[in-house]
Design a protein around this ligand. Structure first.
Ligand code: GAR
Length: 200
């Protein structure tokens, strides 16, 4: 059994989708050991409490990045976390944090990276006029929205879309993609060739 640690800053729908898949066994041999938020009022923390999971607020406000990261890493290690999943965690990790969990931190981003890194990716894609959009689950490295890609899901942008309908359809795919990526990483059945993650 592998221990997952979730980091989030907001409503936590990706976390909920993962929790559901852990509960049904669709995410195999895994347990959510702790849910941590840098925002004490994050909706995702409340959901974690309702699900009976360990929910921990570690406020980032007024702290420098590395001292906050040290508190978060201490909590993850205290719960023996094997895999860290960023699920709408709106903070850049310090290089020190990344080094604590080599190839053991995943992030989800609502665009087909390397297009549209950073904030409000769905709005960026919509405004750019792309005809295909989607989401990416990737390993976290020291650069923003940059590490090796594990899973991507693409959807067409419809003429009838606005930013909201597009973001909602991307989110549906996020909820599928994240669990797929977790299963692959926890199974260990992949190899890395440069930036390429290839199933074995
Ligand atoms: C998701 O769309 C996720 O991809 C995005 O924040 C949202 C969180 O929603 N993450 C980023 O933009 C990271 N750069 P959620 O709290 O409902 O999971």
């Amino acid at each position: 059994m592998k221990n997952i640690g979730i980091l989030l800053s907001g409503r936590g729908s990706n976390f909920e989708a993962i929790a559901k898949n852990v509960a049904t066994g669709a995410v195999r041999n895994a347990h959510i050991a702790v849910v941590i938020s840098n925002k004490p009022d994050a909706g995702g923390l409340e959901t974690a409490r309702k699900l009976g999971l360990n929910a921990v607020a570690i406020p980032s406000k007024g702290k420098d990045r590395e001292s906050h990261d040290r508190e978060v890493v201490a909590a993850l290690k205290q719960h023996n976390v094997d895999l860290v999943c960023l699920a709408g965690y709106m903070r850049l990790l310090s290089p020190w944090f990344v080094q604590q969990f080599p190839q053991r931190i995943l992030n989800i981003h609502p665009s087909l990276l390397p297009a549209f890194p950073g904030l409000e990716a769905q709005e960026q894609a919509f405004a750019y006029g792309v005809k295909v959009a989607g989401c990416t689950v990737h390993f976290v490295d020291e650069e923003l929205d940059h590490g090796a890609i594990i899973v991507q899901k693409a959807i067409p942008v419809l003429d009838s879309d606005d930013e909201h309908t597009l973001a909602a359809r991307i989110l549906e795919q996020e909820h599928i993609a994240y669990s797929e990526a977790i299963n692959l990483v926890l199974s260990g059945k992949f190899k890395t060739a440069g930036r390429r993650i290839v199933k074995t």
